[in-house]
Design a protein around this ligand. Structure first.
Ligand code: GDP
Length: 141
């Protein structure tokens, strides 16, 4: 196992439902370290840029609009194998298919408004973290 960093987002649906604190508790109970955090109400351009890899998908416009509905809580998490472990804790994209005990199973409203985001690979994390955080905002390793 290696120490990794990943981008975690508490999406606008979960912030609006006031469950961001419960999600942070899950993160801390899992042993991950929060090395950066901030609230951001994304512009449409910022959401479109972030989800650029999905621009050909039928849900792209709707997803970008959803991500601008209210503020997100953006975080960078650090820990052993944190990229896969955070995604395990999030659960499947569709909350109806997410395992019991996962964040999406408990807090997501739909396949789109699904409470949380996590980078899916070291390569994605290396692009997604600097998309939102400058080096000055990250605690040093
Ligand atoms: P993730 O890695 O589990 O977040 O899933 P993806 O990378 O495949 O999709 C990115 C995000 O797009 C998801 O977290 C959802 O918010 C949204 N999304 C994925 N699939 C669908 C879909 O079939 N319909 C809609 N409306 N949104 C979707």
């Amino acid at each position: 196992m290696s120490v990794q960093r990943t981008l975690a987002i508490v999406k606008p649906d979960a912030v609006a439902k006031r469950v961001a604190g419960k999600i942070i508790t899950r993160i801390e109970d899992a042993g991950f370290t929060i090395v950066a955090a901030k609230l951001l109400h994304m512009s449409l351009a910022e959401a479109r840029g972030f989800y650029n890899v999905h621009r050909g998908r039928p849900f792209y416009q709707s997803l970008c609009a959803f991500m601008t509905e209210g503020p997100c809580l953006l975080m960078v998490l650090e820990g052993d194998d944190v990229i896969a472990r955070w995604r395990d804790l999030m659960g499947a994209t569709d909350p109806a298919k997410a395992a019991a005990g996962t964040i999406r199973r408990e807090f997501a409203s739909s396949i789109e408004a699904n409470a949380v985001h996590g980078s899916d690979s070291p390569e994605s994390a290396a692009v997604e973290i600097p998309y939102f955080f400058s080096s000055l905002e990250l605690c040093p390793r």
